[in-house]
Design a protein around this ligand. Structure first.
Ligand code: DC
Length: 228
């Protein structure tokens, strides 16, 4: 008998990294659904940490206190909703304030270290689609497929603007663009796990692609790697 027939099947990992508002979240979730894989929204973990920090009034440079919050997040993911303890915070973590604070707390290495075990725990058979900034470079360096999903800053600002208007939140496109640029800069220039494509990542620019086209492009890449 071939050894492969009796050894446990390896969990397949697809890493999808990219800048804010690149459409990663929706695209990655759909890829996971199509393949019947689990889904990790690693940004949500930084946002949950940020929300807890904001609510507790902790200073953004109190690294010890923030890492301690990150290391004991009472979070759970149920049916598309995200809970902190018993509270559904799915909406609260998506505000611009929580996103900007997430980008700040994520720059601290002890905070990142505190979230590693939780991220790895999502890696369950038959497979995982992991979405974030450092999935292919740091958390899952041996991922079976790595995609860096990006789009121009104009397109991303437009997408975020449309999302906010649809939610009934008023927004200013120029301020949104400035915020995006600042967040991109902070995420890419930080010392700890900066946002950058893994050397073996496929770069997918979705500026001219709809969500389904991006999903299909990623499924095609997976197919070429025999992931189905
Ligand atoms: O993907 P997002 O916008 O929900 O992420 C919010 C912030 O969290 C982002 O600005 C940077 C940080 N983040 C990170 O540093 N590493 C990750 N793997 C995911 C998110």
């Amino acid at each position: 008998m071939d050894l492969q027939d009796i050894s446990p099947k390896k969990t397949v990992v697809i890493a999808i990294d990219g800048p804010t508002a690149s459409g990663k979240g929706t695209v990655a979730q759909r890829v996971a659904d199509r393949l019947g894989f689990h889904y990790l929204d690693s940004g949500a973990l930084y946002r949950l940490t940020a929300l807890s920090v904001l609510r507790a009034g902790i200073a953004e440079d109190d690294v010890g206190a923030i890492a301690s919050i990150a290391g004991s997040l009472p979070c759970s993911f149920k049916g598309g909703s995200i809970f902190l303890g018993c509270e559904d915070v799915s909406e609260d973590i998506r505000t611009e304030e929580a996103g900007n604070m997430a980008s700040k707390v994520a720059a601290h290495q002890p905070v990142r270290d505190a979230l590693v075990a939780l991220q790895l725990s999502f890696c369950q058979p038959p497979g995982l689609v992991a979405d974030g900034r450092d999935m292919g470079t740091v958390i899952f360096p041996n991922a079976d497929a790595k995609i860096f999903l990006t789009a121009s800053v104009e397109v991303r600002a437009q997408r975020r603007y449309k999302q906010l208007l649809e939610k009934g939140v008023s927004a200013n496109i120029d301020i949104l663009r400035k915020d995006l640029e600042e967040r991109d800069r902070r995420d890419s220039e930080r010392k700890s796990s900066p946002l950058k494509p893994a050397a073996d990542a496929v770069i997918l620019d979705s500026s001219d692609l709809g969500i389904e086209e991006s999903v299909q492009a990623i499924l095609d890449i997976c197919m070429m790697k025999n992931i189905r």
